[in-house]
Write a protein that binds this ligand. Structure first.
Ligand code: IVH
Length: 734
């Protein structure tokens, strides 16, 4: 059904623009570039605080990005107005000579650990016995965040403010590394704090904050996906990933990783600034730092134990890793009297949660052939419940890892799982109740799917199937091509891909005893494959889809529409979709930006490719080889013929739509939601999720729902795709 669209005549569009931008001269002083920049910065800092410190965003990401883009554009026009604490200046140049060593104002110590209630109670007793019996002791309980600690130094900035001067890693506790360029990219770290906020928090202009840097699980998973897509080994856990990231020499990369910082100490000149730990946390919160909201001040050790009991189940819901609870005596006066032992304060202790691990039996090993042909051994485990989920598989990475573990089929193994991290086999367990298994894990010598002999390239641990037409590889390629963030073909998931290939499953299961042998049964396709190459999905017909199980009219129609829409994906995503080794999202974008068209990219020499940001000689050679390969070229030509976009979207940003807010609803005839959004934002407009009186236009497509009704009731103009395109094109003629 076509929605009731109101296509605004050109004159009216122009009027809207004039109304929005051509304000009367009385207020023109407010519209000097300086004033606009100032106002935008304040607005952005306010929203960053809501988002990163308080977890209470009021803007969508797109709205935030649009503000940022406007500020960037204004600053680009007025470079003399750029200051170091502008939110646009989080990502700066890389440190020229690596990270300088810097001494800490006072040592960054570690904590003693308690592993059970008895140890914790013993600590509490010792602590209270060291203080006069008339004194009561209050404790602050905080989550023990599993990241790395960092010291932030602030010094006096303009107009009574404080500004971030330096960020230093813990190092050996006495001397750390200056990682300021990277710390600046962490959005929950304020670059400056206004005089008013400092006053409200009772803080001076110069102070030090200590806290924990963590990599949220979602960011960790994304990072690992990208690493795997680029042919790199995934990081073992979010802590390692965070530690590696903070020492990355390229601030650009750090900015994309989305680290987070939670403050837990406030110091001045090497001493605590507030008379209590709880007061320190409160001041940090008021000043705009992110402080973990689960911190709680309690009256005694029983209440501490209650806190711990409540905290442990939170582990699966937080979105970041914790490995225990830190308990601190609240009063600084008491802390001072309690002092330190060797490396740790007497006034604090870490209660460590038991690792989320279990012992189970290794039943067998499956060998998966990945998109790049890499063979990954996957442990098949006797299902076991660990920290909220049943684990039945764990990665064994490669032959080296199997050798390191010395694991055999039938062994009992210790399996560990942290947060969303893929379960990992830690070690083989052997005792009277856990006898050793007997069967060696033999790697296949040929791909179990296509029988091509596997090869191990020089200097690599991984075995690979080098048959570019291996059906297992095709299956992974297709899944990757269709996936979110690549060509976004909704509905073309794992099971449909398998069906299109005439298979039931994506991997080959080794014989029932779990012994991998060359002549293991190969799963024969259960029916004829409909797809033999990525390009074939663009020639799928409705009747092809209807011939598959569980695919009805509606599913077939929407899938075909999705496939059609994917043709307008920008070049960067097409490049990503091709699945070139080492080419992740960022590299694909860099290549698209640098060359602008696939043809120019194909024509590029290795040397020319190496000139692109982020592209080293290894990646350049891989890209070049891929694009010169005859088979790949044939694929590319078929995709071209199918109508895919081989030119980059012009990413020049304009302010054609500056000041206008759009709400998209329903299905537009040719533009995908994402493309429409990208284009509006590139033109300086905002895209919002909800219709309000502030909405400038609702862009409505087929099956627009309640948003259209709301627009009509609020008298917000409704336009269709053609109306939007017209605005995008001649908005600036007004
Ligand atoms: S206080 C005297 N509070 O745990 C050092 N540390 O095992 C006291 N950590 O190095 C540090 N969350 O990296 C403190 N809420 C928290 C923490 C925390 C995580 C880390 C920190 C420290 C390690 C000590």
């Amino acid at each position: 059904m076509r929605s009731k669209c109101l296509y605004l005549p050109a004159r009216q569009r122009r009027f809207t623009r004039i109304y929005n931008l051509g304000m009367p001269s009385a207020s023109s002083s407010k519209h000097t570039p300086e004033a606009q920049i100032h106002a935008l910065r304040e607005e952005i800092v306010h929203h960053e605080h809501l988002y990163y410190a308080l977890d209470a965003p009021e803007l969508t990401d797109a709205q935030y990005d649009a503000l940022m883009n406007r500020l960037k554009a204004l600053e680009a026009d007025h470079p003399e107005l750029v200051t170091a604490d502008s939110p646009t200046q989080r990502v700066g140049g890389k440190p020229a000579d690596g990270f300088a060593k810097t001494p800490h104002s006072r040592p960054m110590l570690s904590l003693d650990n308690a592993y059970n209630e008895a140890e914790l109670r013993a600590w509490d007793t010792r602590l209270r016995e060291s203080l006069p019996s008339t004194e009561t002791v209050r404790y602050v309980c905080e989550l023990k965040l599993d990241g790395l600690s960092l010291a932030l130094h602030y010094i006096a900035g303009a107009n009574g403010s404080a500004r971030l001067e330096r960020g230093v890693t813990r190092g050996d506790g006495t001397i750390g590394e200056d990682v300021t360029s990277n710390v600046r990219t962490i959005r929950s770290v304020p670059l400056s704090i206004s005089a008013a906020k400092l006053k409200a928090a009772g803080m001076p202009q110069e102070f030090e904050v200590r806290g924990e840097v963590v990599l949220p699980q979602a960011a960790f998973l994304k990072m690992n996906e990208e690493r795997v897509a680029a042919g790199q080994a995934p990081a073992a856990n979010p802590r390692n990933a965070a530690a590696g990231t903070i020492r990355t020499i390229e601030p650009n990369i750090v900015a994309q990783r989305r680290l987070d910082l939670y403050g837990y100490f406030l110091l001045e000149g090497g001493d605590f600034l507030m008379p209590s730990q709880s007061g320190g946390l409160e001041a940090l919160r008021i000043a705009g730092f992110r402080v973990n909201k689960h911190a709680k001040t309690v009256a005694d050790i029983d209440a501490v134990l209650d806190f711990i009991a409540a905290a442990e189940p939170l582990r699966d819901t937080l979105g970041y890793e914790i490995d225990g609870v830190v308990i601190k005596a609240d009063s600084r006066a008491q802390q001072r009297r309690l002092g330190f032992t060797g490396k740790a304060p007497r006034w604090a202790i870490a209660y460590k949660f038991a690792a989320r691990a279990a012992i189970t039996k290794l039943l067998g090993v499956a060998f998966q052939t990945g998109r790049t042909g890499k063979i990954t051994p996957v442990a098949e485990l006797d299902p076991v419940f660990i920290g909220g989920t049943t684990v039945s598989r764990a990665t064994l990475h490669n032959a080296d890892e199997i050798a390191r573990l010395g694991v055999r089929i039938g062994d009992f193994v210790q399996v560990e799982r942290g947060g969303d991290v893929i379960p990992k086999i830690i070690e083989v367990v052997e005792d009277s109740t856990h006898p050793r298994g007997t069967r060696e894990i033999a790697f296949p010598t040929a791909c179990l799917r296509c029988k091509t002999e596997l090869v191990r390239e020089e200097g690599e641990v991984d075995l690979r199937c080098v048959n570019a037409s291996c059906p297992a590889r095709l299956e992974e390629e297709l899944r990757h091509f269709a996936s979110r963030g690549v060509m976004n073909i909704e509905g073309l998931g794992e099971s449909l891909v398998a069906q299109l290939l005439g298979h039931a499953a994506a991997e080959v299961r080794i014989d029932p005893d779990g012994v991998a042998t060359e002549d293991a049964p190969i799963e024969e396709p259960t029916r004829k494959a409909l797809v033999h190459s990525i390009a074939d999905i663009y020639s799928l017909r409705k009747e092809d889809l209807l011939s598959l199980e569980r695919i009805g009219e509606k599913t077939a129609d929407s899938l075909l529409a999705e496939i059609e829409r994917s043709k307008s994906a920008p070049l960067a995503r097409v490049l990503l979709g091709l699945g070139i080794r080492h080419v992740g999202e960022r590299t694909a974008q860099a290549l698209s930006d640098a060359f602008g068209s696939l043809d120019d990219l194909i024509a590029a020499s290795v040397e020319r490719l190496t000139e692109v940001n982020d592209v080293g000689p290894k990646v350049a050679a891989t890209v070049h080889d891929f694009l010169q390969n005859e088979r790949n070229r044939a694929l590319i030509e078929r995709l071209r013929a199918a109508g895919l976009r081989f030119t980059a979207e012009k990413r020049v940003t304009t302010d054609t739509l500056a000041g206008l807010t759009f709400v998209l609803t329903g299905t537009l005839p040719t533009l995908t939601r994402e493309t429409a959004k990208e284009r509006i934002e590139a033109a300086g407009g905002k895209v919002s999720g909800a219709v309000s009186k502030k909405t400038s236009y609702v862009v409505a497509g087929e099956e627009a729902g309640s948003k259209l009704e709301k627009a009509e009731s609020l008298k917000v103009p409704v336009i269709d795709e053609a109306g939007l395109v017209a605005l995008l094109e001649d908005g600036d003629s007004a």
